[in-house]
Design a protein around this ligand. Structure first.
Ligand code: ADP
Ligand code: MG
Length: 648
């Protein structure tokens, strides 16, 4: 165990994929000392690469044992194997396997990323290595801008990045011209001189001649093992470090972010389309919630503007309002004085409404005719603008007088002509206009409250409605009086008078609670729609990430060969998914806010932005990224490095 550096005992490798099992390595035993320069020669298909991959811990033997510095490789876990590939072995491939989106320096840097070296240090180290290899003028070139020989030198720099005590070169000159090949071989020879152990695969005896030892392999078996020049200078043996502990945690966060941005920018169109789902989801949450909040606030304010010290007495019990409809005979004018006498009641007015035709001269319009009492303006805090509201005297005398709303006045008396003293016809009965109410705007349902005409309830009952009953009575409670006490007092009184409960009394608190409930239901509905669109967006992200993993299988293989742990790969792809959702989330918030403002600007709706929906939708987008990004990322992380590397 003592001196052997790498020791293979009866190693076999059988491929089971694709029907018949195929044994391509047959009981290969080999001891390699530190500082050797060894060439493996053999015909194409003889198993050279397979052997090389096993030596480099990229592949596992089917049978036999393999020791590195006395440690049995089969006992190592995935992270420990990754650490070996990262710190002990430096791979050089026939086809260079550089990453096309990274510059020469960045390509050389990658192995150092996975051992957590700082950006400045690894940039310096990578540039130094490239300079030593004669590429000082090509540091920022991309692989496509470099010749084969130059690319191979970049990949040598990459192999040396973490020290690379053992260089594994699989036909390193196979794809470059003879001049470039010579340069590469001289570099390897130099590295050997510096104490690196070099293991080289070739079928070219001129190339093999650089080595001190040549192992020949035919059909998966070693058929010759020759030592050449034995004058190995080998004093300066590369210090053989012990297995480094694998650094836990996220050494690659910065690199992952950078790679994610690069890949997203590279596929701009695709990224934008993927993000669209997330953007629509987040934007719709933000906009819809703002509109919903605005509407809710509006409703509440309007209810409150109607007065919180009002009680409404309606016909019918709450459950039977509609059933009792026309036959109910409650609320006659005689009820009013007794209601007035209930302690705490400031005033009470009846209100009965009917849409009727109103005519002035040759103009007709439909207005809401309200039969009510003289206290209407005080009860509703709704002042008369010009003229007067009708009085108790008018009510008593069944006077044919009317107070008009702003909309009616504007339509029938344009250009400021004075309506006071004029006669209008309502249901063909003449009424004299004695006042004009100030404007009150629309109700929460959007009805124009100014499109109305107010008549004494006596006159309205006789002339317009044809019945004396009131639809409801509005009671204003004295300041400081307890609402519920007054409500109870009214309840007792009306039961007494009517002998049964054919009415119900509502206060504003009830109304507000009901309105709140309705609005909240609406909000939840909107929120669930938004969540659905986020899920759809998430599925889009997952779909695209799966495509991305498939496209980049080779990149994943390269990264694993040069030291990425499965966790690093998982993290990289997860970062990308999360970033799509993160950017989509930001864009969604911005678009959602703009959408809300725009809606408000063109429709006049009130919008209220609160932090909660913004935070929630953003968090959902983020979670979507993690959840839907995980499956593709895990798929990437579980790829077999060898298979990934062989993918085109
Ligand atoms: P060499 O590098 O000497 O040309 P390889 O080691 O690459 O040879 O391949 C040896 C044999 O193993 C070949 O016949 C090849 O077809 C087969 N082989 C290589 N990889 C696989 C694989 N993943 N599945 C099945 N057979 C494989
Ligand atoms: Mg090969």
């Amino acid at each position: 165990m003592s001196s052997s550096f790498l020791e293979l005992n009866a190693i076999s490798r059988t491929y089971t994929s694709g029907g018949e099992p195929l044994t391509v390595l047959k009981e290969v035993s080999l001891v390699i000392q530190s500082g050797e320069f060894m060439a493996i020669m053999g015909a194409s298909g003889s198993g050279k690469s397979t052997l090389m991959n096993i030596i480099g811990c990229l592949d596992k033997p089917s049978n036999g044992t393999y020791f590195i510095r006395g440690v049995e490789v089969a006992r190592l876990n995935g992270d420990e194997l990754a650490a070996l590939r990262r710190d002990t072995f430096g791979f050089i491939f026939q086809r260079y396997n550089l990453m096309p989106d990274l510059s020469a320096v960045e390509n050389a840097e990658v192995p150092a990323v996975y051992c957590g070296m700082s950006k400045t240090n690894r940039e310096k180290h990578a540039s130094d290595l490239l300079q030593e290899l004669g590429l000082s003028h090509r540091l920022n070139h991309y692989p496509s801008q470099l010749s084969g020989g130059q690319q191979q030198r970049v990949s040598i720099a990459r192999a040396l990045m973490n020290g690379g005590p053992v260089i594994l070169a699989d036909e390193p000159t196979g794809a470059i011209d003879s001049q470039g090949g010579k340069e590469v071989m001289n570099i390897l020879k130099n590295l050997h001189g510096q104490g690196h152990t070099i293991i080289l695969v070739t079928h070219d005896s001129d190339i093999a001649a650089y080595a001190n030892r040549i192992v020949r392999i035919t059909d998966g078996r070693i058929v010759a093992d020759e030592q050449h020049q034995k004058e190995d200078s080998g004093q300066h043996e590369k210090s053989v470090e012990t297995l480094k502990k694998v650094k836990p945690g996220v050494a690659v966060l910065g690199e992952s972010l950078k790679m994610a941005i690069r890949s997203l920018v590279h596929n701009r169109m695709r990224t934008a389309l993927t993000m669209l789902g997330i953007i629509i989801g987040v934007a719709s949450v933000v906009t819809l919630m703002a509109i919903g909040n605005g509407a809710k606030q509006d409703v509440l304010e309007r209810i409150q503007a109607m007065g919180t010290d009002l009680l409404t007495i309606e016909r019918g019990t709450r459950s039977s309002q509609h059933v009792s409809g026309g036959t109910v005979t409650s609320f006659l004018p005689e009820d009013l004085p007794s209601i007035d006498s209930v302690p705490g009641v400031a005033m009470a007015i009846p209100e009965t409404e009917l849409s009727s035709l109103l005519r002035f001269g040759n103009q007709d319009m439909m207005v809401t005719v309200v039969g009510t009492g003289e206290d209407f303006p005080q009860v509703h805090d709704w002042p008369t603008q010009s003229g007067v509201f009708f009085t108790a005297e008018h009510v008593k005398r069944y006077a044919q007088v009317v107070t008009l709303g702003q909309t009616v006045t504007k339509n029938l008396f344009p250009n400021g002509s004075n309506p006071l003293g004029q006669y209008v016809l309502i249901n063909n009965a003449p009424f004299m206009v004695i006042g004009v109410q100030s404007s009150k705007g629309s109700t929460s349902r959007g009805d124009d409250r100014d499109n109305a005409a107010w008549l004494p309830y006596t006159t309205a009952g006789a002339r317009i409605f044809g019945q004396r009953f009131f639809r409801h009575i509005i009671v204003r409670v004295k300041p400081g009086a307890d609402m519920s006490v007054v409500q109870a007092g009214l309840h007792t009184l009306l039961i007494d008078r009517h002998g049964k409960e054919d009415f119900n009394i509502r206060n504003m608190a009830d109304t507000i609670a009901t309105a709140n409930e309705t609005q909240n239901t609406l909000t939840y509905l909107l929120a669930s729609i938004a969540v659905i669109s986020l899920v759809v967006g998430g599925i889009g992200v997952m779909n695209i990430m799966l495509v991305s993993v498939t496209e980049r299988t080779r990149e994943i293989g390269i990264r694993m060969a040069i030291g990425a742990r499965r966790f690093d790969v998982l993290f990289q792809f997860l970062t990308e998914a999360v970033m799509v959702c993160f950017i989509g989330g930001i864009a969604g918030v911005v678009i959602g806010i703009s959408g809300g403002l725009f809606t408000s600007a063109i429709s006049g709706w009130r919008v209220i932005f609160t932090v909660t929906p913004v935070v929630i939708s953003f968090a959902c987008a983020f979670l979507t990224g993690i959840i839907f990004g995980y499956i593709p990322a895990r798929k990437a992380a579980q790829l077999d490095p060898i298979e990934a590397l062989s993918r085109e």
